[in-house]
Design a protein around this ligand. Structure first.
Ligand code: S3P
Length: 442
């Protein structure tokens, strides 16, 4: 929903210090709502992210017939309708900025005999949907979308969904998940074969709710996921761990602001989400995993981060799926590193909430950091203290906004962003949390 732009400025201050917990994981929160809505009975959720993307997804699921109640901070209850049980919504479903909410609900609706129109904000309206409509049409859904396959679009779910074997053309957990959610309604086995593994939260949560799902390796590093359709999903409690993609912002701020020491509590350590930690380790960062444990089926740890020198590295394209949302803030870390950092294979960044490859390079250049785009690679030339002093255009992209603020906390001069409102899509309370660590953000 358009609001007035709210500029924000970050400037250098003393060291960052303290123990904080960033909000719940966005991917898991959205999946918990959707699977709760596809389950008969009540699914309790704790630690839920209360960001705009999640709230918009919840409203869409309510319009499809699920009953959703917030009982306390982060505590939610969903009463679902069962696989194939969605009711036809009275109006268009609005997903705001949320690609995950929109694409996964497209999948969930594709197996139901109803018609629904999907829409979003200007950022989401610019993102590709054809890639997700293709497998859903093979399952039996019919779609009415403009030539360029963008929102708004209308989907009529399959009356008799067919199981398919689908090989996503790009590594995308959203595409995989939409196909599996549609496959829930089909008789027999729906198979997704991914060439490179992407985050596996949908598979894990489907198994948690009692679906029969098998995962095998395929073609070396890839995965073959086989879901048996028409399961009886049973409600199970969900505990949402802290989002590693949100933790990345205070984590990198603590690495860059001299003298800082910060503890980030309960951060999810799912190996398909920890590419950033691997990379920062190679760059020489001091990050310790404390109290490693399992909570609600996911590995979590408290992370102790101390400021220190970083060195430039080369990051292989094969690591991109495990840190796809972390490149803007990693590029900020690279701006402070000794030497050059080369990030390979970032084509998918062009179709995120903004063209993140271009927006990340522009954010650095506006602040006196040399950055080049070479094909699908981003090359950042580090220096000991970037000048800053720029005004960054955020293009309705929460991660560009937060990455720019992290840069401003450690650069010579303050950094401004044109609009901080989109930060609330994934990280409500970002400004207050950073301020509680001693950051100067206003
Ligand atoms: C997500 C998958 C990723 C990621 C997005 C969340 C998910 O997108 O960028 O923020 O929850 O499945 P793709 O899988 O399309 O790359």
């Amino acid at each position: 929903m358009p609001t007035n732009p709210a500029p924000l400025t970050a400037r250098r201050n003393g060291p960052l210090a303290g123990r904080v917990r960033v909000p719940g994981d966005k991917s898991i929160s959205i999946r918990a709502l959707i699977l709760g809505a596809l389950t008969v009975g009540e699914t309790p959720i704790s630690g839920m992210l209360e960001g705009e993307d999640v709230l918009n997804t919840a409203k869409a699921l309510e319009a499809l017939g699920a009953r959703i109640e917030r009982t306390d901070e982060g505590m939610w209850r969903i009463n679902g309708v069962g696989v194939g049980g969605f009711a036809e919504p009275a109006g268009a479903l609005y997903f705001g900025n949320s690609g995950t909410g929109c694409r996964l609900v497209l999948g969930a609706v594709a197996g139901c005999p109803i018609t629904a129109t999907f829409d979003g904000d200007a950022s989401l309206r610019s993102r590709p949907m054809r890639r997700v409509l293709d497998p859903l049409e093979r399952i039996g859904a019919r779609t009415l979308a403009s030539e360029n396959g963008r929102l708004p679009l209308t989907l009529a779910g399959a009356r008799e969904p067919m199981p398919i074997v689908f090989k996503p053309p790009v590594p995308s957990a959203q595409l995989k998940s939409a196909t599996l959610l549609a496959g829930l309604a089909a008789p027999g086995e729906t198979v997704v074969i991914e060439a490179e593994p992407t985050r596996d939260h949908t598979e894990k949560m489907l198994a948690h709710f009692g679906a029969e799902i098998r995962v095998a390796t395929a073609n070396g590093t890839g995965r073959r996921i086989t879901l048996t359709g028409q399961p009886e999903l049973a409600p199970r409690p969900i505990m949402v761990p802290a989002d590693p993609s949100s933790a990345a912002f205070p984590l990198i701020a603590a690495l860059l602001v001299p003298g800082s020491e910060v503890i980030l509590k309960g951060v999810m350590m799912n190996p398909l989400r920890t590419g950033l930690l691997t990379t920062l380790g190679e760059m020489g960062a001091a990050i310790e995993r404390l109290d490693e444990r399992n909570e609600g089926g996911e590995d979590v740890a408290d992370l102790r981060v101390r400021a220190g020198a970083l060195r430039g590295v080369e990051i292989p394209a094969s690591r991109a799926p495990s840190m796809i949302d972390e490149y803007p803030v990693l590029a900020v870390a690279a701006a402070f590193a000794d030497g050059t950092t080369v990030m390979r294979g970032l084509k998918e960044l062009r179709v995120k909430e903004s063209d993140r490859l271009a927006a990340t390079a522009a954010l650095l250049r506006a602040n006196g950091v040399a950055a080049d785009i070479d094909g699908d690679d981003l090359i950042v030339h580090g220096q000991s203290r970037p000048p800053g002093g720029g005004v960054v255009t955020t293009h309705m992209d929460h991660r560009i906004a937060m990455a720019a603020m992290v840069l401003g906390l450690a650069s010579e001069k303050p950094v401004q962003i044109d609009d901080g409102t989109f930060i609330a899509t994934s990280f409500p309370g970002f400004v207050e949390l950073m301020q509680s660590l001693g950051a100067e953000l206003s």
